[in-house]
Design a protein around this ligand. Sequence first.
Ligand code: NAG
Ligand code: NAG
Ligand code: NAG
Ligand code: NAG
Ligand code: NAG
Ligand code: NAG
Ligand code: NAG
Ligand code: ZN
Ligand code: ZN
Length: 872
Amino acid sequence: MPQQQQHQAAGLLLLLFLLWNLFPEGEYQNQSLALSELASKRLERYQDALEVLNQTRWGDFRSRPDAAAGDDDEGPYGFVNLTGFREQDGFAWEDLELFREKGLRLSRHAMPPVGGKQLWDTAQGEPVWANASGTLHGDWVRRPGSVPRTYDSYNLSRSVPGMDWVGDRADWARNITGESGRMMLRLEGNRTVQKYDEVAEGSIPLSGGSVRHVRGYATIEDTRGSGLNWEMRLWGLQWPRQGVVLMTTTSEKFEGIFGLPHLAPSADFFQSAQMMLMRKLGRVVRRKRRNLYVDQNMPWNSDVDNALYTAFPSPHCEFVLYGQVHPPLQQDAGVDAEHAEDVIRAIESELQKPLGAPIHSVSKLQMSTVIYSPDCGFFLESKGPPDFPPADSDHLVGMKTEVHTHQVKTWMLVYALVVFAQVGLLKDQMQESFTPSTMGRVSFWTISAMVIVDGMTFTAAATWVSSAMATFLPTLALMFASFLSMTIGGSFLAKIHEVQLPERNRRRDQQRQTPSSGASTGTTSSATSAPLTPNPTGALLPAPVTAPRSSRLPPDQGPVIVPSDQDISAEIAAAASAVPRPNMVGNTTATTTTPAPPSSAPHRPPQTFQAIIGRFILFSLFVSFLAISSVTWYSRPRALLLNACAFAYLSLWLPQICRNTLRNCRRALSWRFVLGQSALRLLPLAYFWVKHDNFLYARTDRRSFALLCAWVWLQICLLAAQDVLGPRFALPAGWAPDAWDYHPVLREDNVEAGGLPIGLVADDTAAATAPTTSTTATTHATTNARSPTAEKRGSVSGTAGGTRAIDCAICREVLEVPVLGAGEEEGRVANVFARRLYMVTPCRHIFHTACLEGWMRFRLQCPICREELPPI
Ligand SMILES: *[C@@H]1O[C@H](CO)[C@@H](O)[C@H](O)[C@H]1NC(C)=O
Ligand SMILES: *[C@@H]1O[C@H](CO)[C@@H](O)[C@H](O)[C@H]1NC(C)=O
Ligand SMILES: *[C@@H]1O[C@H](CO)[C@@H](O)[C@H](O)[C@H]1NC(C)=O
Ligand SMILES: *[C@@H]1O[C@H](CO)[C@@H](O)[C@H](O)[C@H]1NC(C)=O
Ligand SMILES: *[C@@H]1O[C@H](CO)[C@@H](O)[C@H](O)[C@H]1NC(C)=O
Ligand SMILES: *[C@@H]1O[C@H](CO)[C@@H](O)[C@H](O)[C@H]1NC(C)=O
Ligand SMILES: *[C@@H]1O[C@H](CO)[C@@H](O)[C@H](O)[C@H]1NC(C)=O
Ligand SMILES: [Zn+2]
Ligand SMILES: [Zn+2]
């Protein structure tokens, strides 16, 4: 039994987990011991590097003769004793000067000269955002360095001894090979700004007198080259007055953060950087040494995947990033320099500590950047002017952190409102379909799709809420809304499941039976002469489905019975070749072979609602894991996966269309619900698929979204067509299993066959007294409809047919039914109305329509024999 297997599997997993926790403990401790040893060695190395940083001066590190220092007499080249900056490491430092030039060019372009004077050089350029914390994205282009480098250019075991390098004889990680691509950069600046005195020794450019630490997180998409997204962490400094950001990666083979000042544009930058880094790095190294056994994360580590110290590093290309923040007010000309400064500071302080000052729109954060890889020998430049027209691409553009947070909060609240609106719609729909018969029409899977997605939203919000600092309240609102939606939808689902359970069981039983009785299915399909075929087909009727407003059905559509979940064409072929058994239809004994009610079925117990919910949870976990792991995939398959998920989710009306067809039901859900849910469920997708500056910086895909919309629209159109044209408007007759016709034409010639409802069969006396009864019965027959009865009485010919009377078991009043004589033509308009007055159940009991419909609001059982009734 599957459940038992699940339990066994769970037990096995638990056991494995325990074993895994118990056994390798000794080794684990040993490993952590080894780690701390490794850590202490590296920290010692960093202490040495700090010493080197303290003792080196501007100009000690020179990559070219006559480099920045200018008047040097110590020789053409200079190296410092830091890993990666030594001569023996063989990095492509030849391009360092080029890197500086590229950076300065970007800076001077961002702040154009005023009156022929380059104000940026003297730190008097236009003011920029002092706080560059934010997220930016844009395009990059790759430029090769002047000296090509491959992994063969390096002998890592020589330059960094004591490490077991993994994969250093193959293409290194972060080796960007594509010509262009996209990048994302997240900057986090420290709150405190360090002021210092500028050293204006005539050296330009000046650094502006203040500096702060920044941390960056960069994602470089190399779709055209390696096809991968490379992520890295960078550490460095920002000079807020000048808007310059200088950051670098650090790893076992490159002590970038210690050499950072040597990469700066000028002596002034060098000194402020050295001063700043000496304090900060010394403090970090001391703290790390104190917490050697507790904190085993490598400081300034650039590798996102592996934060720990390791003896088995794998080589990555190293990066140095120079960024220039653009002046935000450049476009709004007319604001003079001092005034602009005040405006920017006012906006920044308002953003940081909102006091309610009026700021209408905060300009974007914009930055141009050049990234230099000293070991892999290439440059990545942000795409934009002066090399590219601004219309093409304008460097990196993004939002300041506060604006970003504000956006996230706003959109989360909007999403919460959307979910609340969904709850409202769901509630209305539940009020509308609260009876078994109306619930029977609603597709279980349509509601399931909604509940699953709401559940996933809830899980995501509940996971996020613990770490959502600024977005706490909107997340809470979203969590609450999705919780409501999930639970209310779940309870609706539970009720639907309960109502539809008998039907499922029956279908399953029939599937089990059809192989043996399949040959006889076809014979009934030709039995159009017997529109009332309740008893024998009971065995074959797959899901006794219903024709709720069957007066709108073509009246001559005979019952064509095809088992629902089978291969239909094979079924038809089998039926065609089967030997027809003429009297099968009228075989009264067939009633005895009708499937037993589900309660007495000795088969596998029905699938409980809990089991289904358990599967839903497993399924959504699986989808979530897939989605999370897709972050590291190539962008093409990831987009494919996300689009496929969205497509599957937005196919939610499809099960309802199928169910309408199967059960011959025109409309199960109100139009308000269908249209409202479609729109509300498309909205969050629209945000990510269409809005290009969405807060996740997800790449937009308008074409896919248009297709998704079209798909939803098509489904709605199908639902509408089913409502208007009938649920089976496009299906050839016989492709869908027959619905139970509660209002059949009653025929005299079925009397012997037992085709007429019980009580009308072979009841000569009743037939004889019918005319008299009918005259007296007109009074209570009017409860249903007066005129059709009168009309019918006029139309009934006095031959074999006529009106018969029977007591309705529900209201105990007389029920008159017109019965057609043998060979008599049906199809008079009056009959169609007359037939709406009575209802015949599959168990051949007959009632007033009003009586049975009222009964079926509460129970889907025959009031007389307690047989299951197909819902209306
Ligand atoms: C584990 O500890 C033993 C001695 O306690 C030592 O010889 C061995 O090298 C350690 N293993 C590792 C991986 O450090
Ligand atoms: C840096 O070097 C100077 C001497 O050049 C010394 O006085 C100072 O203590 C050193 N600072 C650190 C943090 O080692
Ligand atoms: C470089 O530093 C290391 C210690 O980190 C030291 O052993 C080595 O002698 C130094 N080399 C030079 C040339 O100073
Ligand atoms: C980077 O990729 C290029 C092109 O595939 C290759 O020639 C080069 O050796 C790689 N560099 C490293 C350091 O792996
Ligand atoms: C790398 O250097 C080590 C030590 O100097 C040497 O043994 C090894 O042969 C070198 N490897 C290559 C590929 O040159
Ligand atoms: C910011 O810098 C100050 C001093 O420079 C330091 O004490 C603080 O820990 C830093 N904050 C962060 C988040 O790095
Ligand atoms: C910069 O912005 C970040 C993010 O809002 C904030 O935490 C930090 O305090 C700000 N720093 C300054 C100096 O404004
Ligand atoms: Zn009645
Ligand atoms: Zn009955």
